[in-house]
Design a binder for this molecule. Structure first.
Ligand code: 5GP
Length: 125
């Protein structure tokens, strides 16, 4: 079920557990600001999630409440991960789902990096 992305932060959400090391993931990169790992149900040949190390339920929450350093650190990490995945030349797509209508499932802000094939021009189904 999709979440509204605006509620209180749930320390038991799946990405909080991954960040704490309680649940394994296929790690791509990690620094003080973010953890990147492969999506468990990839929707493209490359499908990596980048998760900030901040207790924020959604993009709305992150953009409003995270510090400038956390926001800069996170988005620089997203760029570095995409480069590390060698997606800069062929290109890639970033997606973040925010709230119920977007279909956001996990109530911890994250960015999807999708690539590895032509993704087409259609942004919504
Ligand atoms: P959302 O719909 O919230 O933007 O995306 C959540 C993503 O998390 C989905 O693409 C889903 O496949 C992925 N996901 C859910 N549970 C797990 C998990 O336990 N491990 C990993 N690696 N990905 C997960």
């Amino acid at each position: 079920m999709a979440v509204d992305g605006l509620g209180a932060y749930d320390q038991q959400n799946i990405f909080a557990k991954i960040l704490r090391g309680e649940i394994p993931c296929r790690k791509v990169a990690e620094d003080e600001f973010a953890l990147a790992f492969h999506d468990i149900a990839p929707q493209a040949p490359v499908h990596v999630l980048v998760v900030p190390k901040v207790d924020c339920v959604s993009f709305a929450d992150f953009s409003a409440t995270a510090s400038d350093a956390q926001i800069a650190g996170f988005f620089r990490a997203v760029g570095r991960v995409a480069a590390q995945l060698e997606l800069e030349k062929p290109g890639y797509r970033l997606i973040t789902n925010m709230g119920r209508d977007s279909g956001q499932m996990v109530p911890h802000f994250h960015v999807h990096i999708l690539g590895g094939r032509s993704l087409g021009g259609q942004l919504v189904a």
